[in-house]
Ligand binder design. Structure first.
Ligand code: MTE
Ligand code: LUZ
Ligand code: MOS
Length: 775
């Protein structure tokens, strides 16, 4: 039994001993050169010319390349509109426009300041409001409509309207964008990249260099974190390194510094959402109208899909009988915003959680009661605003159990008393939920393939399109395959991802890495297992003898698979009690000239969404969870801290509960960072000023909840996914929102005249400015 066990992450030892190899740990090869992208010092305008004469004279500088050197200078996952290097029109401040090549990073950093750009500056669009005013949109979504939101709002006894704003977020992966391109024979390129999407990296490199796809191989051993930031945006940097490898016929290494990475690459999308909500005296939501505006930055990237997911998640965990949701992606002069854990889901769900907090303040009720009242039901009120029915909905159970386990009512009373004592500190308590739709909303991405090779000694190598970024996908696939063959998990190795073994793969994203690739690996393993069972069957009945009678072709009609039990390194024929060791059977299969390798393709069944009518089943299932956060604000300084957080999740039957626990705690802390301390600062010119940890604050260990409880409910009903597990990567990120709503709740105790209104992140400044309003 390997499924459901806490076997260690396959890199845990390497990560703590330094044995794990990241891109920049790869040994330097002969003639290898270093590559440095140089960004433009303006957010908008025209790039007239670039002066590189002085820089090229500097010691250690070998070459400089510009947009003109590419066979094809544009890329883009959905719309191929983003230049690899600025050609003429500038999209954002610090956008790469030139690549310098040198013999060392030191030489490049010295020469960089010698590059001179001649730019005709234009006014830049640096806010969502400005983009709305100028109708500067990249994408307008087809509205989602269910029921009759207009009349529902007209008839509603109470109405609230307003706007909700949340900021962007830097991924802050520890390994910046990094790649090394090697020139191979006949003009081929081998690129090692820190990429969540090796296939797209391969495709962008090939196009940029004018090669066919079969002339480029992209290999990904692991990433030092991706969090969505390397889903699309690893590709243009790979193209830059590959260009140098092609032009100079030398290996080319491009590893961004943290500062360059933060300035040049996109972040989570800031959103500004307008809404009008109608509700009854109890707080039951009767109708919701909302217009979502995402800040896409300068280029399309994945923004349209991210906006779609925000619109899919505007319901949060709550039934909306009448809703009308519109969405726009604004084009601004910022770095092109991109995928980030949750992919628009957090920005949608946070809107409704904020609205519910406001409804509660307006009705002078506890927000948890409003949430319980509106929560999706098990058999009624269980159809989303896009027409997908929730099956085995665990949300009501999760809310009820968390309310009880966390002693919500007792703590609420204690907080009421604490806040009445005038200590200068105020506390707040709030529960929020996550109901995250699992599947890529673009249906074609829900497919994957796997290659399983069993070697003569019985050990196994598995290759899939999944990329390891710390989330443990390798370990989960290892467990699935080890379980299928009944071998110890150390006998299964998940190999580096390579486009030469697995083709046309989807990004490891949408939390479905182990769903899709684990399923494909299971399918391939089952084929081999059937073959081995057939062989043993033939050995037992005497039709197979080495060198005399070879095993006949597999005939599953003549085989009762349930008779064969693969377990503990043995294969037992249950009816006769006879058994053979796994390695012995594998050896016999080889001698019988049977294939010990298999390749399988998997696609998620049952998905279908009609974009024109915004109706259907975009998701395979939902991963649900709830969290309660208790916070304290110092009313003199605006500083806040999380005193306690309790999380309860439904992860089906976890493949590896230990890894999932790590995902849940990590995602929660990353989520609370987004809504509290992580603020991106730009100057008036649109240059990012908070481009390093000195000015950009992710949560530190002292910021994590003082008391932190994580538990899972038992749910054996998720038959839609491999071994009844559920995806875990992104869903718990949304639970960090409870910290923000808890801060809002705390403010309610001070604000007697109006409903507290704060933006996200709720930095000390933001909280202090709101508290000022109450004086
Ligand atoms: N966990 C770690 N340690 N590092 C990461 O980069 N990325 C998250 C999540 N958990 C990430 C992580 C994101 S954005 C996604 S989509 C999933 O992992 C992807 O992996 P999975 O589909 O295998 O869960
Ligand atoms: N990427 C993507 C994603 O291309 N489509 C999605 O639906 C998605 N969802 C979450 C994260 N990444
Ligand atoms: Mo995750 S945002 O789907 O890479």
């Amino acid at each position: 039994m390997s499924i459901g066990q806490n076997i260690p992450h396959d890199s845990s030892r390497g990560h703590v001993t330094g044995g794990s190899v990241f891109i920049d740990d790869r040994a330097l090869t002969q003639k290898e050169v270093f590559v440095l992208p140089v960004g433009v010092p303006a957010a908008a305008g025209l790039l007239k010319s670039i002066e590189t004469k002085e820089a090229l004279k500097a010691p250690g500088i070998l070459a400089a390349f510009t947009a003109k050197d590419f066979h094809h200078n544009h890329w883009g996952t959905i719309i191929p509109e983003q230049p690899v290097l600025v050609e003429n029109k500038i999209g954002y401040y610090d956008e790469p426009a030139l690549i310098l090549v040198g013999t060392s990073m030191d030489a490049l950093l010295r020469a960089k300041s010698l590059v001179k750009f001649d730019i005709e500056k234009h006014p830049a669009i640096l806010s969502i409001d400005e983009a709305i005013a100028k109708k500067n949109f990249i994408y307008k979504a087809n509205p989602f409509a269910c029921g009759d939101a207009h009349s529902a709002l007209q008839k509603a006894p109470h109405k609230l309207s307003g706007s909700f704003e949340c900021g962007g977020q830097e991924h802050f992966y520890l390994e910046s964008q990094a790649c090394i391109a090697y020139p191979m024979e006949d003009g081929q390129i081998e690129i090692h990249s820190s990429s969540q999407h090796p296939s797209e990296t391969q495709h962008v490199v090939a196009e940029a260099l004018g090669l066919s796809l079969h002339e480029v191989v992209c290999i990904v051993k692991r990433m030092g974190g991706g969090f969505g930031g390397k889903e699309s945006q690893a590709a243009p940097f790979a193209a830059m390194a590959a260009l140098v490898a092609q032009k100079m016929q030398r290996p080319a290494r491009l590893c961004l510094s943290k500062d360059d990475d933060m300035m040049m690459t996109g972040k989570r999308h800031p959103f500004k959402n307008f809404y009008e909500v109608g509700f009854d005296d109890d707080g039951r939501i009767l109708g919701l109208k909302a217009q979502l505006y995402a800040d896409g930055g300068a280029y399309a990237d994945l923004s349209s899909s991210i906006l779609d997911r925000a619109m899919f998640h505007i319901d949060g965990a709550y039934f909306l009988p009448h809703a009308h949701i519109e969405g726009y992606v604004c084009r601004t002069n910022f770095h092109s915003n991109t995928a980030f854990r949750g992919f628009g889901g957090p920005q949608g769900t946070m809107t409704i959680e904020s609205i519910i907090e406001d409804i509660a303040a307006y009705l002078k009720k506890d927000a948890l009661d409003i949430r319980l009242l509106n929560c999706y039901g098990k058999n009624q009120n269980n159809v989303t605003h896009y027409g997908q029915t929730l099956t085995h909905n665990t949300l009501p159970d999760l809310f009820a159990q968390l309310k009880n386990d966390s002693e919500y009512l007792r703590r609420r009373q204690e907080i009421d008393i604490f806040n009445s004592q005038g200590t200068g500190k105020i506390r707040g308590l709030s529960v929020t939920a996550t109901k995250f739709g699992i599947a890529f909303t673009a249906r074609f991405l829900n497919q994957g393939n796997a290659l399983v090779n069993v070697h003569k000694d019985g050990t196994v190598q598995v290759s899939t399109g999944a990329t390891e970024m710390g989330q443990g996908v390798n370990t989960k696939i290892q467990q699935i395959v080890a379980h299928t063959f009944g071998v110890p998990s150390p006998d299964v190795k998940v190999m580096a991802t390579s486009t030469e073994k697995n083709h046309n793969t989807s990004p490891t994203a949408a939390s479905s890495g182990s769903d899709i690739n684990g399923s494909a690996a299971l399918q391939a393993s089952l084929e081999i297992k059937n073959r081995l069972a057939w062989l043993y069957h033939n050995i037992l009945i005497g039709t197979t003898m080495n060198d005399i009678a070879e095993c006949p072709p597999v005939d599953l009609n003549q085989l009762n698979l349930a008779d064969f039990h693969f377990h503990d390194g043995n294969v037992v024929h249950l009816p006769s009690g006879q058994n053979i060791s796994w390695t012995e059977l594998v050896k016999k299969a080889y001698l019988n000239r049977m294939s010990l390798g298999e390749y399988a393709h998997f696609k998620t069944e049952g998905l279908g969404f009609d974009k024109a009518r915004s109706l259907g089943t975009p998701f395979n299932y939902f991963t649900n969870g709830v969290a309660v956060s208790e916070v304290e604000i110092d009313t003199w300084t605006g500083e806040s801290k999380v005193l306690q957080a309790d999380i309860l999740m439904d992860l089906g039957r976890p493949l590896n509960p230990g890894i999932d626990r790590g995902q849940v705690t990590g995602a929660f802390v990353q989520g609370m960072g987004w809504v509290t301390s992580e603020k991106l600062f730009y100057n008036k010119e649109g240059k990012l000023l908070s481009h390093s940890p000195t000015t950009y604050k992710i949560p530190s260990i002292q910021d994590t909840p003082r008391v932190f409880n994580v538990s899972f409910i038992e749910n054996n009903e998720n038959h839609q996914n491999v071994h009844r597990s559920k995806a875990v990567g992104e869903p718990p990120f949304l639970l960090g929102i409870s910290v923000w709503t808890a801060l809002k709740n705390a403010l309610r105790y001070k604000s007697t005249q109006r409903i507290p209104h704060i933006k996200s992140p709720a930095t000390p400044e933001e909280l202090l400015m709101e508290l000022k309003q109450y004086e």
